[in-house]
Design a protein around this ligand. Structure first.
Ligand code: ADP
Ligand code: MG
Length: 262
């Protein structure tokens, strides 16, 4: 755990939301994507977020990641109210505090592995020699240093996600936010990336991860279940594998969940 924080900060939760609401209004339709969410994430936790498609997982992650503002409610990050930040303030805050990993990797195809990982440090206006040391160290740690001059399209999915993890980590973020980081990977590479996240967490990284997979959720210390925009108690179909309580007439929801488009 980085110990650059003062005592006061140490006592504050990394993330605390109170009655967080997010509505989307498009022409005639109004969607309540997040309906009064109250969650805490402490430093050093690895929290998984599960729930059926459309329940608000990505919306929650994008609000927690300051990619979007909530419609109402409070969001405190290390004790600071960030829910009303302007776009510019959010961008600065993201650069200083957050690392992102997405299902589709979101690497820049025209940049080499090295340049992709270096980018967050360039945005931070870090001197070049300092950048080089950090990028080399993280490429080494992720086991992709020998691919530093490759371009994303020349790598397997698993390797691309390693590069994306390296990019998320290189600026020492307070929290890593991952939205279905294994969604585009086969099970072997999926497990590899999960092992990597687990290892980072054991070294002190705080992680919030959205996943469709109950077995990947268990890599975390704790799971938050969402249903229809609300946090719900652990729902179950009897085997504890579900992020959704089957409704009358709804058969084998797990199968449905496994096959639906994410
Ligand atoms: N930009 C948007 N505009 C309108 N509706 C949206 C937007 N983003 C998400 N939604 C709606 O909000 C709900 C939650 O979506 P999302 O957070 O993507 O769910 P999940 O990630 O759990 O599949 C869905 O009903 C979705 O259609
Ligand atoms: Mg989603």
């Amino acid at each position: 755990m980085p110990d650059g924080h003062n005592l006061n900060e140490k006592e504050k939760p990394m993330i605390k939301t109170t009655d967080l609401v997010k509505m989307f209004t498009t022409e005639e339709v109004e969607t309540t994507a997040l309906n009064s969410i109250n969650i805490n994430v402490e430093k050093g936790e690895f929290v998984s977020i599960m729930g059926p498609s459309g329940c608000g997982k990505s919306t929650l992650l994008s609000v927690l990641g300051l990619l979007d503002n909530p419609t109402s409610g409070s969001y405190k990050f290390l004790g600071e109210e960030v829910s009303n930040y302007s776009e510019r303030e959010r961008a600065d805050y993201r650069k200083a505090h957050l690392g992102f990993i997405f299902q589709s990797f979101n690497l820049i195809d025209d940049l080499s592995v090295y340049d992709n990982v270096e980018l967050p440090l360039v945005y931070r206006e870090m001197p070049k020699s300092e950048r080089r040391a950090k990028v080399e160290a993280i490429l080494e740690q992720m086991g992709i240093a020998h691919r530093r001059n490759h371009f994303p399209q020349q790598l397997s999915g698993g390797q691309q996600q390693r590069v994306a993890v390296a990019r998320a980590l290189v600026s020492d973020p307070d929290v890593i936010l991952a939205d279905e980081p294994t969604g585009n990977l086969d099970s072997e590479h999926g497990k590899e990336v999960m092992g990597l996240l687990k290892q980072l967490n054991s070294q002190g990284s705080t992680i919030v991860m959205v996943t469709h997979s109950a077995s990947y959720a268990r890599y975390g210390n704790r799971t938050i279940y969402l249903f229809d925009g609300s946090v719900v108690d652990k729902p179950t179909n009897g085997n504890g594998e579900l992020g959704k309580t089957p409704q009358p007439g709804e058969e084998n929801t797990e199968k449905q969940l496994a096959t639906e488009v994410r």
